[in-house]
Every structure is written in structure tokens, then in C-alpha cells.
Design a protein around this ligand. Sequence first.
Ligand SMILES: *[C@@H]1O[C@H](CO)[C@@H](O)[C@H](O)[C@H]1NC(C)=O
Ligand SMILES: *[C@@H]1O[C@H](CO)[C@@H](O)[C@H](O)[C@H]1NC(C)=O
Ligand SMILES: *[C@@H]1O[C@H](CO)[C@@H](O)[C@H](O)[C@H]1NC(C)=O
Length: 372
Amino acid sequence: MTLQRSCFSGLRGTGLLVLFTLLVLQLGAEARRIVAVGDLHGDYEQSVSVLRLTNLVDNNTHWIGEDAFLVQLGDILDVGPDDIKIVKLLMRLQKEAQARGGDVVELLGNHELRNFRGDYTAVDQASLAANGGKEGRDTLLSNATAVGTYLRTRKAIFHYGPFLFMHGGFSTATASMITSLKRVEDFNAELTQALMNGTISPLASDGLDLAEDDVEDVGNPILVRSILNVKCDELAKVLKKKFPGIDFVVVGHVPHDPRDFNGWRLCNGRLIDIDFGMSRWKKGDPGHVAALEIEEATWHTQLIETSTAIGPIATDDVAASDAVTAHHLLRLSMLIVGVVLLAFLIAYCVPFRSAIEQEPLLDWPATTYGAA
Ligand SMILES: *[C@@H]1O[C@H](CO)[C@@H](O)[C@H](O)[C@H]1NC(C)=O
Ligand SMILES: *[C@@H]1O[C@H](CO)[C@@H](O)[C@H](O)[C@H]1NC(C)=O
Ligand SMILES: *[C@@H]1O[C@H](CO)[C@@H](O)[C@H](O)[C@H]1NC(C)=O
């Protein structure tokens, strides 16, 4: 049988088999998940609900997300009563996640910046009282405490693969302020410097600017109101020209109608808005628990949401579920096909002793192994 001979003859055959085996293993391995959640605004229960729903924490709020990345898009502070409690939760989860090869990446929102300025007009009275009134909050959020240092060293923009995550959005004005991926890192570093140490560079000054007099002209990525001012053509042009390799911009900041389940993907998927108005303390909003899940191997994106009606859900009621999606099924079928093919290859190619005995490899030309 010529098949038995040709399969593994020489390095090339073995190499191909190893490659194919690796491919099958890769299909079978769980790819890293990136879970992104939008504005939380002081609602601790809803925050825990979304972490349970996406399988990142167990029912004691300890990290079970393995090497997943949790990206929170800012605006944890203000509105609801438990904003500081959420910050402390994410500080602990970051340590737990990092110990497993994962991470928790909390980004700066405009409400964090307002608080750093001492503007507490949107702070819940219970939260203010719980942390020692105005002076207590000043101290807590200063660069002299663990909470303050943590918050003041958060990034404004997080870059991962073809994704940019930020609180507000990425307008044409943003791209003339932050002109390349390298400038993204400069922006983050200079903001940290400004918030920790009071040294304000021109770029950091733009990042701290919360003025919105001319909506068309807002460049600060922490402040741009993406979905109120969607310019798909401009976004496409800016990314192509200055940010090659970036295909998706993920933002929060402006809650869209959580009943409109298609509304989170805009501009052919290039712009993703995941502010679902999660906090029950937002005016007139019952709060809706949902998150974006990205699979690193394929960059496949999907929405994870509660099947329950819009409205508050108790943490205990959230069954952390493995969402079986078309995408997961496709992966599984590819894996099965791969395993069957591999078994077939091995069964027909590996020269078992019996096969060798029956058909001695007499006529293999020596040149097969020699220099060709
Ligand atoms: C919480 O987790 C523990 C340990 O995994 C389990 O024994 C317990 O039943 C869980 N409780 C609920 C309410 O799911
Ligand atoms: C704060 O800024 C000053 C002046 O730019 C600089 O000398 C100092 O090293 C900075 N400190 C920190 C902790 O970054
Ligand atoms: C805190 O900020 C002040 C200036 O506002 C600066 O002098 C001091 O070095 C900072 N502390 C740290 C730990 O960076």
C-alpha cells in the first residue's frame, strides 16, 4: 500500500502531522475570553450579577475566570450608593485574576475625573456619608491612599488585539489629539502622571478637559458621546489611516435602549456600545445586566445578557451559564472533525509492526532520506 509509505516518509510528512495535531489541540483548547462591561454607577448588586453571568466570579465573588480579561469601561463612581465598594471589589479581583494569568482592566470615565476634581454633585448621599463626607472622600480619592492611587493610575484607553476600549469614543478630533497607537500609551502615561503628581502635559490637559460646548468638536476619548453623534465614515477613515490593525472601538458612556438588542453594534460592527444602563439608580432606568464577550482566538464578539426581563435581578438568581452559541457549536464540530481525521491519519500512516512485517519496506529509495 503506497499510502502507508508516503504518509510519514521523511521530515515533511512528520512535520505536517505535528502541525495538524497542534491545530486540533488549539481547536480543543479554551481561548482566552475578554469580557467588557459598561458603566456601573454605584450599583454593587448589578455589578456582581454581570460578573456571575459571565462566569468571572463564583457566588462568593472570587475570581473563577482563569486567564480571562475583564475590561470595565469607567463610570463606576457616582449615582448609586456603592461606588467605592465596587472599586474595592475590582481591586481585589485584579489581584486574583493576575495570579491566574488574567487581568482586570478598569478604565477612566468622566465621572472618575469629576471626582478627582472634587466635584461630588453626582455622588450618592449614602456613599458620601459612608466615606466621611466631603473631606473623607477628598482623602479617599487622593494620591495618598490605596483606593485613590488605584483609581488615579487607571488607563483611559486599553488596546488589545484589534480592539480599542475607552469610556466615551473616538472622533476625528480624537485622532488629531492621539495620532497613533504609540500616542495611546503616551496618553495613558501622561494622564497618570497628571492625576498622581499634578504634572500636566498638553496631552494630559486634553484628557482632563470635560467641556462639551461644541459636541461636534469634542476630542477627549473619555468624553466623546459616540452614539449621539455617530459618524461611521469618519471612524473608518481615521482607523484605516492612523491605526492600522484596529478594527473595533468599544465604548460606554451613553446608555442605548437596552430593549434594542441590535443597537449595541454600530458602523458594521466597528463601533460597539455596551452601556446598557446597568445601574438601577439611573433616572427612570430599571437597569439591564449585559456584557460583551470576545474570544481571543477568533475575535468573535457576542452579547451575554440575562434572559430575565429588564429590571433588577438578585445575584443569587443569576445562574452562571455556559452560553451555547452557534460559534461554540461550530468550534466543537471542527474539533470533532479534526480528531476523527487525526485518528484516521494515525491509523493508516503509523507503520505498525504487523504492517511492516507483512510488507517489508524493501523498495524505499535511499535518496528519500538523503540530500535531494
Ligand atoms: C455557592 O458555592 C458553594 C461552593 O461552590 C456551593 O456549595 C453553594 O451551593 C453555592 N450557593 C449558591 C446559592 O449557589
Ligand atoms: C512629579 O513631578 C516632578 C516634576 O515633574 C518630578 O520631578 C517627579 O519625579 C514626579 N514624581 C513622580 C512620583 O512621578
Ligand atoms: C501627590 O500629589 C502631590 C501634588 O499634588 C505630589 O507633590 C506628591 O508627590 C504626590 N504623591 C505621590 C505619592 O505621587
